[in-house]
Write a protein that binds this ligand. Structure first.
Ligand SMILES: [Ca+2]
Ligand SMILES: [Ca+2]
Length: 107
């Protein structure tokens, strides 16, 4: 799983896709961490009411509290009220765990 995440979030170098000289490209620890951290907005390794509160703050009030992809709990490429519903369902109603997001391109 770690290899999959590192490959999927690496910045492609050289020929498009995997090649013998640069492999999958340059590892991006930032995007690799984002792939597994989204939803855990305060980065304390738990999904809880604090994360829900942070998402509410960014969705409905002024301010920008976290990288946009951290709020994309359902991995659809944006954060909105459906991510809030997803996080609430997981935290309080035994909903599905937030998936690993591999779609964010490496910088
Ligand atoms: Ca958290
Ligand atoms: Ca989303």
């Amino acid at each position: 799983m770690v290899r999959l995440i590192l490959r999927a979030t690496a910045k492609d170098l050289g020929s498009s896709g995997w090649d013998q000289y640069t492999g999958a490209g340059r590892i991006s620890s930032f995007y690799a961490l984002l792939a597994v951290m989204h939803g855990d907005i305060n980065n304390d390794t738990f999904y809880d009411a604090v994360d829900i509160n942070l998402l509410i703050q960014q969705l409905f009030f002024t301010g920008h509290y976290f990288h946009d992809s951290l709020g994309d709990v359902n991995c659809d490429g944006t954060y909105d009220s459906t991510d809030l519903d997803y996080l609430i369902a997981y935290t309080f109603n035994n909903g599905p765990e937030p998936p690993i997001c591999l779609k964010y391109p490496a910088p």
